[in-house]
Each structure stands twice: as structure tokens, then as C-alpha cells.
Design a protein around this ligand. Sequence first.
Ligand code: UGY
Ligand code: MN
Length: 253
Amino acid sequence: MSHFQPVPGGSRTVIRDRYALIGPDSHVPSVLPGWTQTTAHILISPAMGAGFVQTLLILDKKASGTGNTGAEEHFYYVLEGSCRLNGKDLTAGHYGWLPPSSKFEVQSSASKVMRFAKQYEPLVGTPVPAAFFGDSAKVPETPFLGDPQARLRSLIPETDLGHDFAVNIFTFDPGATLPFVEIHIMEHGLLVLEGGGIYRLNDDWHPVAQGDVIWMAPYCPQWFIAKGPGPTRYLYSKNVNREPHTLPLHPKG
Ligand code: UGY
Ligand code: MN
């Protein structure tokens, strides 16, 4: 991802109360404990108001990362190159989901990985799902709300109520759109994998391209039209399958 800056002091990145658009030109690395030879860009986090963390991990030839997911679930998606996650060899388009309280062990022979991490919310009477791995190319596409030009791949089986977090890949043909301006309680973390278009976020319209990351807060109005000439694909997360939390009652008096 290049540090292209069209105008001195200018950036396409905007951080608003209800959304953020983060272009590759504004990435700044962090050092993460447990990771060696790794450049980590923490792009979305609770520090901006999000309920999850989305981190781009750029792993060198002999990079490694070890730790425990603790109270969180982790989702790893390989963007480029190859790496090994908990003994499983993964290449571009492959992914892995780890439950809370599990060890993670990553070794890389140079790769770029997008990681989503969220506090796991257990559901009484429903078992916590086991770790699993997959290849996005093998996940069938389904037309989104009946539109064959906008197709969805679900990488985490949402039908298992043990899962409280979805990660999907949306593919749009040129000119295809989200069918209406969505407004919903679920929040999103998004990465444009390929192509681009115009994203409506709240009351703003932004051109977006490959490598752009978007955070959409709950109830942020959202709409998208894909540009072409090729397909546009984006990877995005969504909290699912849980009742919203209520706030404690205000004490009287
Ligand atoms: O799943 C979704 O809410 C999806 N249609 N939203 C989006 O792509 N912005
Ligand atoms: Mn949405």
C-alpha cells in the first residue's frame, strides 16, 4: 500500500462520529506484543467508537505472532502471500476463525492479513463454536435480496447462533448497487478488496478504491454503487444473532 499524498497536508481519510473512511495513505504502524517482524496497522478500534478491532498485519518472511484470544474471537483473512495459523497453511482468500480463550500461533513466509477481533458474547444454552478454516473461493455466492448483480458470500455460518459475528464478501458487477439506503443497528468494518465505486456514509458520498477501509457505526445510513469496468469486491464484518444491550436505569432523585 503506497503512501500516495495527492496534495501536501491533504488526505482522503475522514474520521467522523458515525463512520470513518481510512485510505492506505494515512496508515501508521503499531508494535503489537507477541508479534515479530510484523507491521500492524490498527485501522478500526474502540478508540474511535467501534465495538471491535480491525487490524492490517503485514508479515515479513520470518514473521510470527503468538498469544491467546482471551475474551475475544479472532477472524483472520489472508489478502496476499501465505502463512500458517495454528498449524493450518493459508494463502490469499483463505481464512480462519478462533473462539475466545484459544491460543493463536501465526508463522509467515511474507503475507498480508486482515484481522478482526471482537469480545465474544456467549448465548446461554448454545455452545461456543469450534475453530474453523475456509477458502472464500469455495463459498457459494447468493444473490443479495434477489439481485444477481450483487452477490454475497458468508464466511462464518450465521445460521449457528453460537456465532455473534459475521464476515462476508460482497461482489458487485459494474453499476450494481445496494438496493436501498440501509440503516441498521449492526456495525460494519469493511475493506475494499478489488475495484471501487461511490459509498454513501451518513450524508456524505465518497469515492472508494481497493485498500480503503470503512467503519460504519450502528445506524449509519449506507449505500454503495460499483463503478467498473471489472467487478468490485469488499470484505466486511457485522455483529449478528444477539439482542441489543439495555442501559442501566438512571438512579432516581
Ligand atoms: O449486510 C449488510 O448489512 C450489508 N448489506 N451492508 C453493506 O454492504 N454496507
Ligand atoms: Mn449494512
